[in-house]
Design a protein around this ligand. Structure first.
Ligand SMILES: O=C(O)[C@@H](CO)OP(=O)(O)O
Ligand SMILES: [Mg+2]
Length: 439
């Protein structure tokens, strides 16, 4: 039996220059697997807890030495000697060892680092690509006939950033494009890079390029309305000789929890002159936008606990627009079950560090698929060269991936990883494409 021989945790830096957890797991055959944990800025209330060291001044209180110590101490003692290939058993042991509902004791960052590094170590030991190993784990959970074949995902890519990611005056966090007309992953990426360059050119032409680029590499121009961001992107799309709607569609991550005031139950849109909208007003505004623009996907259009608003938005737009719960579901099956019952949303964003283990990520993916919810595997705004999520998206046939812009290396590591997988799969590579919701 291949067993867990050694664990090594250390602090490394992420794309914001902040510490994060890296874990190496060595199997009894000597092969090592490594994973690095990402980190969010617009984190939801329901996410698993990322352990930081507020009293450690080296990194402005953002250190992760306690989480690293847990990897090297308690976690190592608990899982050394366990069957390395029993991912579910190791993940269950990690959850039990932590003992809290949100992984707040050992830290979801410590736990996730170990969970992902275990998968890498097995892939290394078997001498196979990670997505092949993850696909085997995924298949072992499926009923016959269920989404078992690896599929390359459609990327939705950030062009203009606002909200907590760019610090300018846009309320909405991400303005993204989906190259719906692409017939392969590499074509989708090619179309996306052309649009990204064209958005830059449009901004330059209008003297709006500014100096700011958001955390995920989206442009961060100072604009007076949220709608202006979409207009600029559409201008760039047209400039590329592509047709909005047919070749390229728009997606939004509103990240509405971050301008929602639960005390007054209102949404505060500063770019629109500090309009305070109630939930119904917000739903009406999004419905209006969806009519006005070729918008096929809206993420977190409402706040993370505004269940009634979510149900009403889904009733109104759910047949024509992909409505993704990010903060709403936080990759947690309990939250997603509630969503299914309440008809809230029709898609879920999947972020490994929102839940903290690979097995629980599979749980969320599978529950979503079985209830007809679409799945979008997503990076965080704080990322690294780790490319695990690219393999995960392919292995689980998730269908879509959201990584951020095509102009930052921590994002490109994943886009390029997908290019390699596409190449490796050769002519048999399957591509998810994008089917309109309800179509
Ligand atoms: O809200 C999001 O979807 C993510 C990625 O764009 O941002 P963060 O990692 O800051 O939560
Ligand atoms: Mg989001």
């Amino acid at each position: 039996m291949l067993t867990v021989m050694k664990l090594k945790g250390r602090e490394v830096l992420d794309s914001r220059g902040r510490p994060t957890v890296e874990v190496e797991v060595a199997g009894s055959n000597g092969e090592v697997g490594r994973a690095i944990v990402p980190s969010g800025a617009s984190t939801g209330r329901h996410e698993a807890i990322e352990l930081r060291d507020p009293e450690d001044r080296r990194h402005g209180g953002m250190g992760v030495l306690r989480a690293v110590a847990h990897v090297n101490g308690e976690i190592a003692s608990a899982i050394q000697g366990m069957d390395l290939e029993d991912q579910a058993g190791i993940d269950a042991a990690l959850v039990a060892l932590d003992g809290t509902p949100n992984k707040g004791r050992l830290g979801a960052n410590a736990i996730l680092g170990v969970s992902l590094a275990v998968a890498h170590a097995v892939a290394a030991a078997r001498g196979e690509p990670l997505y092949v190993h993850l696909n085997r784990l995924w298949r072992s959970r499926l009923e016959p006939g269920e989404f078992a074949e690896p599929v390359l995902p459609m990327p939705m890519v950030n062009m203009i950033s606002g909200g907590l990611h760019a610090g300018v005056n846009l309320d909405f966090q991400d303005f993204l494009t989906i190259p719906v007309g692409a017939s392969s992953y590499s074509e989708a990426l090619e179309m996306t890079t052309a649009i990204y360059r064209a958005v830059g050119a449009v901004l330059r032409e209008k003297d709006m390029e500014g100096t700011l680029v958001g955390d995920e590499g989206g442009y961060g121009p100072k604009l007076s309305t949220n709608a202006q961001a979409i207009d600029l992107i559409l201008e760039a799309v047209l400039g590329c000789g592509m047709e909005p709607g047919r070749d390229v569609a728009i997606a939004l991550d509103v990240a509405a929890s971050h301008f929602y005031d639960p005390k007054t139950a209102t949404y505060h849109l500063t770019a629109a002159g500090d309009d305070a909208l109630d939930s119904a007003g917000m739903v009406a505004m999004l419905a209006h936008w969806a009519k006005l623009y070729p918008i096929v996907s809206i993420e977190d259009g409402l706040a993370e606990d505004d269940w009634n608003g979510w149900s009403s938005l889904t009733g109104m737009l759910g047949n024509s627009v992909q409505l993704i719960g990010d903060d709403l579901f936080a990759t947690q099956t309990a939250r997603l079950r509630q969503g299914v019952e309440r008809h809230a949303g029709n898609a879920i964003l999947i972020k490994v560090n929102q839940v903290g283990t690979l097995s629980e990520t599979f749980d969320a993916l599978l529950l979503a698929r079985r209830h007809g919810y679409r799945t979008i595997v997503s990076a965080r705004s704080g990322e690294t060269e780790d490319t695990t999520i690219a393999d995960l998206a392919v292995a689980t046939a998730a269908g879509q991936i959201k990584i951020g812009s095509v102009a930052r290396s921590e994002r490109l590591a994943k886009y390029n990883r997908l290019l390699r997988i596409e190449d490796e799969l050769g002519p048999s590579a399957r591509f998810a494409g994008f089917k309109p919701t309800g179509g």
